[in-house]
Design a protein around this ligand. Sequence first.
Ligand code: COS
Length: 385
Amino acid sequence: MDYFLTEEQIMIRDLCRQIAEERIKPVRAELDEKEQFPTEILKALAQADLFGLIIPEQYGGLGGGCLENCIAVEELSRACVGVSTSFAASFLGAYPIILFGSDAQKAKYLARIASGETLAAFALTESAAGSDAGGIATEAKLVGGEYVLKGSKQWITNGGKAGIYTVIAITDRAKGARGASAFIVEEGDPGFSYGKKEVKMGIRASITSELIFNDCRIPADRLIAREGMGFVVAMRTLDKSRPGVGAQAVGLAQGALDEAAAFARTRKQFDKPIITFQAVAHMLADMATKTEAARALVYSVARFVDSDAKDISKASAMAKLMATDAAMEVTTNAVQVLGGHGYMRDYPVEKMMRDAKILQIYEGTNQIQRNVIGQELNKEYGRKG
Ligand code: COS
């Protein structure tokens, strides 16, 4: 298929594919088994300048957009979503600064993220505030020229490994979602520490930790945009990053299809390769079709996002929703095609099925994506009516 990629985009794809084949595939099962953070692989990605992919050129990046990010993340995810999550979460942490940071904040933090010198992370979720992002309890108060943060964040990807955290906290509780603000917290800030490290079903090469702010003091110039902008910063960040989760799903589905089709050609039952049985061929046909449909939607949404269109929430949610539901189905069916082999850890598809599940949950559950799409349809058709 021709995806109408530019020469530069094809170069990004081929570079990521090479790193995935040479550096990720050989170790992915071990990283998963040992829950080992992929430090060496992330160094290789940094050496290839990939942490600068979406960072503007003036801050040391490559100046790419959503499509370049999707292409890179897809290829890495084809080999391992645990690794691609660690990579992509740094951009999730960087987006609030890219989109809303001051020139001084951009100059101070983006070059460090672009070089891969440090990872970034995004901290919104709390134990009592998941889908209900407006219900966060972590507070920030301005005291004598410093903000003092109190509370904790849960399930933070790259928590404990990142040096730069973009954190959403409440500065005016009476104002509800409009009383939230976004801050930059650095590793080593007084009163900032890490809590529980989670043990997960999948994406086990990535790290997911609690962040604790115990009267954590940060300079006032770490506020991103203005007080009260935090919820908008968070939502606009997620609008930009959700197609990337769709791209993770496309890569994962492609990886599962690759395994299932190759297996079905060599596995013989009743003296024939099982791919020659219609029951199996039809499963593979559906898997391939859904993967291509998901890729088409993700690329088209990424191009829409890169067109600087304003209303990207609906398209972004659609890409995340459709592609991640497809990846769950495709990986589950890959296990089915491999049968007993698929259920065993000797083959990669059981890991792929475990990894797929989180894509329907993180960066907003797929139920929340449907809510976002529904709300936007309500607005659109309200305007038309
Ligand atoms: N861009 C800009 N502004 C947005 C926005 C967006 N995409 N989405 C909402 N807003 C604004 C609204 O316009 C509203 O502003 P006003 O107060 O001026 O009217 C404000 O933010 C609150 O919006 P809303 O009332 O829709 O918020 P809700 O509390 O109903 O929550 C959902 C909306 C559920 C969509 C939101 O909480 C959400 O996305 N939850 C999932 C969070 C998530 O993805 N978590 C994963 C953690 S990161 S891995």
